[in-house]
Design a protein around this ligand. Structure first.
Ligand code: SF4
Length: 374
């Protein structure tokens, strides 16, 4: 076991016997109870990596069809690396958190360029690839390659904080360090990938945030929180920040049977994705002033020709209001200062563009408003 230099009063790691009293029943429980998920039937590191990326912010049931379709479309690292980014973003449409797709694509290109198309097996090397944080590196190294590398996600953090009575709120640095240390101690031994998955599965199905099923728990005999009657108070609830309000004005600019679409710069909200050209406005800004903002973003003068309604979307950290504004101008742009790229597309052509769900809803609303005369 790798022992880290620790602060003077840092708690010791549990004894080997105590760790084994958790490992053995947990693995046995996992063998009996684990859910049959498609990525658990493959040994392909690329397919396992993809599942881990998709699962980071998305529920299992949602991920399954996306994972299957994505693999059918990009069956290998090479296929993904050589695909246009727009195709990758289009395949990701609806999953959200598009930076995951952009990083996946860039990482695939690096795997081809630096590792001859084969994912490296060590967490240390995986961490050098775009999009790989400590969790993903630990997951891929342990599940795909059998390396004794830990991982800590929200489920594992909850299980460990109850099992070992780890104090502190989510986000607390000393707590996080302690959780990784404990996960690192537990994963030493046979079947590290299964052990990590067992911890996650246990957190998802038994040691749940509310009403954990302690009576059915395979490691209840080793649980400090249960012994001390503290299951309800560990871990303490995370204090959630209020989502920020953000209002965007969207230019709906029809020309014959097309609309103007813009691709955002790579960084920031919806980075690299396509949209009806959007710019931030104050919530109560008059249409004419919003049109002036859109003129600045597009680099040509446009005037407002009427409001087409709004679309509301709740993202994790933002309450988004999209104001649809029909616009027109004497000069149709083909490039613009605020955007990576502009295109005039029919709705059918727009289906091939990587667009967020929020922007897709806005486009649907514009089309329903009859902006193309249909
Ligand atoms: Fe979680 Fe309860 Fe099991 Fe402790 S006994 S690990 S709190 S399910």
């Amino acid at each position: 076991m790798r022992k880290r230099a620790s602060a003077a009063q840092a708690p010791e790691l549990p004894e080997a016997g105590r760790l084994e009293a958790i490992r053995a029943p947990l693995l046995a429980w996992y063998d009996r109870q684990r859910r049959d998920l498609p990525w658990r039937r493959t040994k392909d590191p690329y397919a396992i990596w993809l599942s881990e990326v998709m699962l980071q912010q998305t529920q299992v049931a949602t991920v399954i069809p996306y994972w299957e379709r994505f693999l059918a479309r990009f069956p290998t690292v090479e296929a993904l690396a050589s695909a246009p980014l727009d195709d990758v973003l289009a395949a990701w449409r609806g999953l959200g958190y598009y930076s995951r797709a952009r990083n996946l694509h860039r990482a695939a290109q690096e795997v081809v360029a630096r590792f001859e198309g084969r994912l490296p097996s060590s967490a240390e090397q995986l961490l050098t690839l775009p999009g790989f944080g400590r969790y993903t590196a630990g997951a891929v190294a342990s599940i795909a390659f059998g390396e004794q590398e830990p991982l800590v996600d929200g489920n594992v953090a909850r299980v460990l904080s109850r099992l070992f009575e780890v104090e502190g709120a989510p986000g607390d640095r000393a707590r996080e360090a302690r959780l990784w240390e404990l996960a690192g101690a537990l994963v030493q031994g046979e079947r590290p990938g299964d052990l990590n998955q067992a911890l996650m599965e246990h957190g998802a199905t038994v040691c749940r945030p509310e009403s954990p099923l302690c009576l059915l728990c395979p490691v209840r005999g080793a649980c400090m929180a249960l012994r001390h009657g503290r299951v309800d108070e560990l871990p303490p609830a995370k204090v959630r920040a209020e989502p920020k309000r953000l209002t965007l004005a969207l230019a709906v600019w029809p020309h014959e049977d097309t609309l103007l679409f813009a691709r955002r710069a790579e960084k920031g909200l919806f980075g690299g994705l396509w949209e009806l050209p959007a710019t931030e406005v104050e919530p109560d800004m008059p249409d004419a002033t919003a049109a002036t903002r859109l003129s600045e973003a597009l680099g040509v003068a446009v005037t407002a020709k009427g409001a087409l309604g709004t679309v509301q979307r709740q993202l994790t950290h933002r309450a988004l209001t999209l104001r649809l504004l029909r616009v027109a101008g004497p000069q149709r742009p083909s490039r613009a200062p605020a955007f990576h790229e502009l295109r005039w597309c029919t709705p059918a052509q727009a289906e091939g563009l990587g667009m967020s769900t929020a922007m897709q809803r806005a486009l649907d609303a514009a089309l329903e408003a009859g902006v193309l005369g249909g």
